[in-house]
Design a binder for this molecule. Structure first.
Ligand SMILES: Nc1ncnc2c1ncn2[C@@H]1O[C@H](COP(=O)(O)OP(=O)(O)OP(=O)(O)O)[C@@H](O)[C@H]1O
Ligand SMILES: [Mg+2]
Length: 234
């Protein structure tokens, strides 16, 4: 069963159609990546899948269930699709401690033992438990992105949508976060849909990938094409 089955997605803002008939599937357990120039529609496609961009045309099913445009994600659907955003600075509330940032989704979903779960979530991403008292401005960029990943994983989603999760970080921190993501994926049996403009990141992380240009998916790459570096052309 495909975790994501997206067909002929179209997204229009005013006069401008920014996604023009994109189709892709993400299979259970795989990392599928999207590569493409700035403005080609990658984040918009992820926002549709996350239920954040609700105006679109086309066909979508998640975990085998059809999802209509306009759907407000609730319950299992909301839990199972989580997103890590492009900008680790903007994605955490500046006036909330990490404890509050991590506790809130647990409370919304009626989870038990919140303190324990927050501590485990921090540990999982390699942050000390006493970091829970801190505010985002008291963290480095890499630490902030770890918190964003911890938050996305709290509800044990089936798919994680990763929008340039390391592009704001320097090379060594980038490698740490990517390795962390790979380890967490193994531990939790998740699927990833990863956006990156970095061909090395794509080759390191992905089972399959697709290149996007001007709102259209141009080409798919299987693992052996990625190993050969075919996604580096153009
Ligand atoms: N809410 C919006 N209203 C109007 N236009 C938008 C909106 N969101 C995105 N766009 C436009 O849609 C196009 C695609 O944007 P998108 O953010 O999906 O690109 P991207 O591929 O993620 O680019 P980048 O690599 O720079 O993150 C851009 O031209 C952008 O300006
Ligand atoms: Mg983007």
């Amino acid at each position: 069963m495909s975790i994501v089955n997206l067909a002929q997605l179209q997204v229009t803002f005013g006069e401008k159609t920014v996604v023009k008939g994109a189709s892709l599937r993400v299979e259970e357990g795989e990392t599928f990546s999207l590569i493409g120039a700035s403005g080609c529609g990658k984040s918009t496609l992820l926002r549709v899948l996350a239920g954040l961009q609700r105006e679109w045309q086309g066909q979508l099913s998640l975990f085998g269930q059809p999802v209509k445009a306009g759907t407000r994600y609730q319950g299992a659907l909301r839990r199972n699709v989580q997103m890590v955003f492009q900008d680790p600075y903007a994605s955490l509330h500046p006036n909330h401690t990490l404890w509050r940032t991590l506790a809130e989704p647990l409370k919304i979903h009626g989870e038990p033992e919140i303190d324990q779960q927050v501590a485990t979530a921090l540990e999982q991403v390699g942050l000390p438990v006493d970091a829970a008292r801190r505010y985002p401005h008291q963290l480095s960029g890499g630490q902030r992105q770890r918190v964003a990943i911890a938050r996305a994983l709290l509800l044990r989603p089936k798919i994680l949508l990763l929008d340039e999760p390391t592009s704001a970080l320097d090379m060594s921190v980038q490698a740490e976060i990517l390795n962390l993501l790979n380890r967490l994926k193994q531990q939790h049996g998740m699927s990833y849909l990863l956006v990156s403009h970095d061909a090395d990141v794509i080759a390191h992380m992905s089972d399959r990938a697709a290149s996007m240009a001007n709102g259209v998916i141009e080409r798919f790459f299987d693992r052996s094409a990625l190993v050969r570096g075919e996604h580096r052309m153009g």
